[in-house]
Each structure stands twice: as C-alpha cells, then as structure tokens.
Design a protein around this ligand. Structure first.
Ligand code: ADP
Ligand code: ASP
Ligand code: MG
Length: 446
C-alpha cells in the first residue's frame, strides 16, 4: 500500500486527549508512510472562540497600535494547558512563540499581509506540539517549517491559491524523508517570501496540494463527523452519510456550504485522480465518505443539499445598455478588479442578478457599477444548492424541487442550473432557509 496524507482539523487537535487519539490513529497507519497536515488547535468547549479568530482579533488590535495582551494571554494559556496535559515542556513551542512576539510589533506594512503572518502561528504552534507528541510516543516525526513548504501562492492574502503549474513544487525539497512529516496547514507564501493563507478552513487545501504533489494513494480528511452527510448535520442530525460521491458533486456541495471540506481541496486531487476520504477522529473505524472521479449511481436523483447563509445579492439594471455586447464584460471586469468573486448569477436583457460571498470591497464594486447602471443590494440571503449526478438525465427534478418549496411557502429567487446539470442552485431569505432545507430533505432525500 502506498503513501497517504492525513489531515487533522481543528476539532481533532482541540485538546490533549484528542491529540493523543491523533497519535494513535497515525501510529495505526504508519505502514502507509503518512504525511500529516494539521490545523490550528480548535475549539474544545461550546462558546469558546476559535484560535484562528483569536489571532485575527489580536492582529487587528496590534496593527492599530492598541493593547492586544488579553488575546495573547488567551492564546498562550490554551497552548500551555494542552502542553501541560500532554506532559510536554513549553520549550516545544518557545521558538515559534518568540517569533510571534517579534512579528506582532512589526506592524509597518499592509494589514492584510500582517494578518496572514499572524494567522500562520496557529498552525505553526499546533504542528510543533503534534511533532513533539509523536516523538514522545515513539513515532519519529519532524515538523516542516513554513519556509520549507514550497506552497507558492498568488498574492491574494487571506484567500491565496497555488497556480496549477506550481502545484508540483509543494514540499519539493522533502521527498526522501523517513520520519513522519508534520505539516502546518492553511499557510503558503508569495514568490518573494511573504506569508499568505489559503482561506478559512484552508488546511484541507494544504492536504490536497501535498497529496497531489507527492502522488499519494489517498488524501484522508480527519474531522469530527463520519463523512459528508446529505445535509449539514447541525440542521438535520440524522441526515445519512454519503458513502461515495464524485468530485463534481463534492465541489458543488463544498462550494455552497458543506464546510466539512474546503472547496479548493478538490481540484488538485481531481487532477491527479487521488481519492479524498472524509473520516471521523472520534470514531476511527466508522466508514466515511469517499470522493473520487467516477460517479456512483444510487436510487435517489438528489443526493445532497448544501446551504450557506449570510450571502449578498446584487441587482444590476441598465436600460441604456440593452443589447450592448460589452455590457457583461464591463461588469465582470469590475468584479475582477476588486477581487470579488461572483457565485450564482442570473441574467435577462435588462438586468443581472448575482451573489457574492465576500463583501469586503463591495462598496467599491457598487460605486463603479453605478456609473452605468442602477444597483441595489439585498443582504440576509441563503444560497441553497441541491446536488446529484442523477439529475443530469432525469426530467422533472426542478419541478419537484420548486413545487416542494412552494408548498412549504418559501419564496425562491435567483435560480441557476450550472452547465454540468448536476445541481440546482437558488436563493431564499435567511429566515426561510431552515424550512426550505427541511422540506426538500423530507420530500427528495430521506
Ligand atoms: P475541521 O476542524 O475538522 O476542519 P470543520 O468544522 O471545518 O472541521 O468541518 C466539520 C463540520 O462541517 C461538521 O462538524 C459539520 O457541522 C459541518 N458540515 C456542514 N455540512 C456538512 C455536511 N454536509 N456533512 C458533514 N458535515 C457538514
Ligand atoms: N485554522 C484555519 C481556520 O480556522 C484553517 C483550518 O482550520 O483549516 O480557518
Ligand atoms: Mg475544516
């Protein structure tokens, strides 16, 4: 059996006891020469804020020359407690910690660059701890430094991507090691060495990049649920596990809200045809979900539903531009210029309706659009995406979906069916989303 990548998310490394489970899971698979990717230490109690969020609040304060010691204390004690419970000394993270303190006062640079360097310390610290833990348990391991990663990204700080042609360089210098490499997830760097991060939840993408570059047999994503479910288990706790889905199905689901897998993780795996398997750290023998190239036929036409709340809808209208061929190009150029991605879109002769998930530069986008259009913005929208390979050849699926929603009294806006015909995506008000998803689930899946 060949190599595997094993990625452990924040939930899997949130406490000392969970880290001990991680060590045992890795030990039981040493024959597959695992490469281990880790996220920052996660949330261990309900209500606790994520370490990566703590880093963000701290970076904001530090960059504004405001006191940040309170946040630093929270981060320090979280790591201190974990180390203490594992019987490991503070020395394990001391070097990284000192670096963090230095970086925190180096604020004379754009905030977004500063933030990414600060963000990286979550994964740096957790990878230090996991490496020391493995070694203390007799699993020879080495922590890969951020400088060694070779995850060369574009300059889109907070949401950086590795250009396809550079994917092969990931960890290029480290191919012949005998020890288990422990790799900090989520982090990359620009051509000139500035640290970037790959988007929230981006350690999954690191795992896929590492797996694709090494040509492993399988990319395992270890998390707190036994695989991908047909609906977010927070909405329908007994939604069934999907045994096997195609990369295309997974891409739609991940993109539209199935947080269990980061959408960027799919492309690198898909290009190299490496299966991605989602597994549960807390139930290690439970079967998970396998995502692979070929689609798996099942009786149900609709396999799963993903949803994402808090989306923004923009309506752009222009009678002046009616029939003008450059109109769409002009709109797209404005979005591209402000690095704002369009997600779902519907057009008519006089209006364009679309959604974006990142409102950061939306005011700039709107200002430019208003030079030649009337623009209105609606907030508080949920995007719902219904997915299944079987939809490709089955008539009447949309009819069923929309009549179900009609019966449930849900008003549907902005309907779109992608070219692949394996999904129907639409928008509803946030307040209607739970009702809409439950109605669809009971009518079409369960
Ligand atoms: P990690 O810390 O391991 O990266 P995440 O919180 O990013 O974990 O992802 C796991 C979570 O994804 C689950 O706890 C679950 O609440 C959520 N989730 C959303 N949609 C789905 C889905 N369709 N199937 C499984 N989990 C889902
Ligand atoms: N720690 C990062 C985050 O919270 C990356 C990850 O968990 O994958 O988003
Ligand atoms: Mg995640």
């Amino acid at each position: 059996m060949g190599h595997i990548v094993m990625k452990f998310g924040g939930t899997s490394v949130a406490t000392a006891s969970r880290m001990l489970s991680v060590a045992e899971i890795v030990r039981s698979r040493l024959d597959r020469q695992p490469l281990v990717v880790v996220s920052a230490v996660g949330v261990s109690e309900p209500g606790e804020s994520k370490i990566t969020d703590q880093f963000e609040s701290m970076a904001e304060l530090a960059h504004a020359h405001k006191p940040f010691e309170e946040n630093l204390d929270i981060i320090r004690s979280k790591h201190k407690n974990v180390l203490k419970e594992l019987g490991l000394p503070w020395k394990t993270v001391d070097q990284t910690w000192k670096k963090l303190i230095k970086v925190l006062v180096n604020v004379d640079r754009p905030y977004r660059e500063f933030l990414d360097e600060i963000f990286s310390f979550g994964e740096r610290l957790s990878s230090n701890i996991i490496t020391a833990l493995f070694n203390s348990k007799g699993i020879p391991a080495r922590c890969v430094k951020v400088e060694e990663l070779g995850i060369r990204t574009n300059e889109k700080f907070q949401d950086a991507t590795v250009p396809e042609e550079l994917e092969g360089q990931v960890l290029a210098g480290l191919r012949k090691e005998k020890k288990v490499l422990v790799i900090p997830g989520f982090v990359g760097h620009t051509a000139d060495g500035r640290i970037t991060t790959l988007g929230r939840g981006g350690s999954d993408y690191t795992a896929a990049l590492v797996g694709a570059s090494f040509g492993v047999d399988e990319i395992q994503i270890w998390t707190d649920v036994s695989g991908m479910r047909s609906v977010d288990p927070r909405l329908i706790p007994d939604a069934e596990r999907l045994d096997c889905i195609s990369f295309d199905e997974a891409k739609e689901l991940a993109y539209f809200g199935a947080r269990v897998l980061h959408p960027k993780a799919i492309e690198p795996a898909m290009r190299k045809n490496i299966p991605v398997v989602i597994l549960n750290t807390f139930q290690q023998d439970a079967p998970g979900t396998t995502i692979r190239n070929e689609s798996v036929k099942q009786n149900k036409v609709i396999k799963a539903i993903a949803n994402r709340t808090g989306a923004y809808r923009l309506n752009i209208e222009s009678t002046r531009m009616l029939g003008s061929s450059g109109y769409m190009a002009r709109i797209f150029n404005i979005f591209a210029k402000h690095e704002t991605d369009i997600e779902v879109m519907a057009t008519s002769e006089v209006s364009v309706s679309l959604t974006v998930d990142n409102p950061r530069d939306l005011d700039k986008v709107i200002k430019e659009l208003e030079e030649f259009s009337n623009v209105s913005l609606d907030k508080g929208k949920t995007i719902i995406c219904v997915v299944g390979e079987g939809m490709r050849h089955t008539p009447g699926v949309s009819g069923r979906v929309f009549s179900t929603l009609g019966t449930a009294g849900v008003n549907v806006e902005l309907i779109s069916q992608g070219g692949s015909e394996i999904n129907i995506t639409f928008m509803v008000d946030d307040k209607d989303s739970e009702r809409a998803i439950k109605a669809l689930y009971y009518a079409c899946i369960s």
